[in-house]
Design a binder for this molecule. Structure first.
Ligand code: ATP
Ligand code: MG
Length: 442
């Protein structure tokens, strides 16, 4: 773990590229006699000439010492304690150098008891070298030293970054078994930063991919957001497929996509392309829309099965399919309810958007998720020409003035009659189920 040091004049990072808040924290730690470094993604991205997402700090100060230095801080993390320094909505994460688990008995820096008197086995503090060894990839074991503005690289990280190579620190199989999430982090960094995963780093992934099944579903939800909603979703998805990592995350979707060459596969690629473009334009993206696209194939497939094998009508089959698909998905990757309810709305709207007669389309415009449902329909129409007329109609309807809307609604009514109540769309529709009118009691 011999470090390579680039002095201030040997690298391009200037303090102007680092957030004021991160600099404040670094300076105060340094003035108080502690070592303080910018670490990981922040340094890596700056060296690549990119704007880092956030700035993380590593220091020789213990969390308690950090807490004493910053009144605007709080300690977080159960396994490994970190300090969060709060500047309004900006949070700077400060971590004490981590040591090795197995040195738990002879590490002089061990803080053996928390304030609650609980033994914190994982809180083993160490040196910067030990901290570097515990990081995942060599390009993440880079430190920017606030004391002299040098960059310190461990594990050949600086050279790997220069060669655009993603290299796991230590023995890959051991490191993946220690934390299987590192496999999807490999894909994420490769896709996002255009790095090539080295042969030894990629070799065990296919075999070990099923280990993702052991990771708590809630953690995987956070990870999938970083995978698919960070602006490089399409490339990330392709690599997930390539390394056999897609199936353990999204088993139902993987199943209907077969060999990754059918319409559902194309549909997801289209949705991801769309999402990436929106992010590039600084537009809002919601996990719900992407999850709706990801699981649309399973929902349609299950609906058909419930209809043809279970003898259910379309509407009941569809409701059951939604429940089942979401219920199975959350076992591997949790979807918080605030998103899954929107996923359902988007799906339900696909049926409601086919009903264009009378007052219904006017009412539908008021639906809080109308826009997402309509966008979803547009996306489906790109792959299914039968939906094009419907999608165009809704585009016109939204743009039209009230008089024209009446006209459009009448045209749709005529169309509705012409097709005997069946719109020529892909989704099988159920006929409206009319309850027999109750006889008015005399
Ligand atoms: P991003 O640009 O996505 O923020 P990052 O490299 O900063 O990339 P984070 O998830 O913010 O990634 O993690 C910060 C640092 O913590 C990483 O650079 C890495 O050194 C270390 N790290 C994060 N997750 C792991 C892990 N599972 N195993 C080992 N080290 C990790
Ligand atoms: Mg980060």
């Amino acid at each position: 773990m011999q470090p390579v040091i680039l002095t201030r004049d040997q690298h391009g990072i200037s303090r102007q590229q680092i957030s004021d808040n991160a600099l404040k924290v670094l300076y105060r730690l340094n003035k108080s006699g502690f070592e303080a470094y910018l670490v990981g993604g922040g340094v890596r991205d700056l060296l690549l000439g990119r704007q880092p997402k956030d700035f993380d700090i590593a220091t020789s100060a213990t969390p308690e010492q950090v807490k004493q230095l910053f009144s605007n801080s709080r300690l977080v993390g159960r396994r490994f304690r970190l300090a969060h320094i709060l500047f309004g909505r900006d949070v700077i994460e400060v971590a004490t150098f981590r040591g090795h688990h197995h040195e738990v008995n002879n590490n002089k820096n061990i803080s053996s008891q928390s304030s609650e008197g609980m033994l914190l086995r994982d809180n083993v503090y160490g040196t910067i070298e030990e901290d570097a060894e515990r990081r995942d990839f060599s390009v993440n074991a880079l430190y920017y030293n606030i004391a002299d503005f040098s960059v310190v690289g461990f594990a050949n990280g600086l050279k790997d970054l220069e060669d655009r190579r993603l290299e796991l620190i230590g023995d890959p199989e051991t490191r993946y078994r220690e934390d299987p999430v590192r496999m999807i982090r490999a894909v994420r960094f490769s896709a996002k930063l255009g790095l090539t995963i080295s042969a030894r780093t990629e070799a065990p992934i296919r075999d070990l991919a099923p280990l993702l099944g052991d990771i708590p579903a809630a953690r995987l939800f956070e990870e999938t957001l970083k995978l698919l909603l960070a602006g490089y979703g399409l490339e990330t998805y392709r690599q997930l497929q390539q390394y056999g990592l897609f199936a353990p995350l999204f088993p139902e979707a993987a199943e209907v996509m077969g060999q990754g060459d059918n319409d559902y596969h194309k549909f997801l690629e289209l949705a991801l392309t769309n999402t990436d473009e929106r992010i590039a334009q600084d537009l809002r993206v919601t996990p719900a829309f992407l999850y709706a696209a990801l699981l649309w194939g399973p929902v349609e497939t299950r609906t058909q099965q419930f209809m043809h094998e279970g003898g259910l009508n379309y509407y009941d089959a569809f409701l059951l399919a939604m429940d089942e698909v979401l219920g199975r998905q959350v076992k591997s990757v949790a979807i918080p309810r605030r998103f899954s309810s929107v996923v359902r709305d988007i799906w339900m709207l696909q049926d409601r958007l086919t009903k264009r007669s009378g007052k219904r389309p006017h009412r539908l415009l008021e639906h809080p998720k109308f826009r997402a449902g309509y966008d979803f329909l547009l996306l489906r129409a790109e792959l299914d020409p039968r939906l094009k007329e419907l999608a165009d109609w809704w585009t016109d309807f939204q743009l039209a003035n009230p008089v024209d809307r009446q006209q459009l609604s009448r045209t749709a009514q005529a169309r509705h009659n012409q097709f005997g109540g069946e719109e020529p769309t892909k989704a099988p529709r159920k006929r409206p189920r009319r309850r027999p009118r109750k006889k008015k009691e005399a």
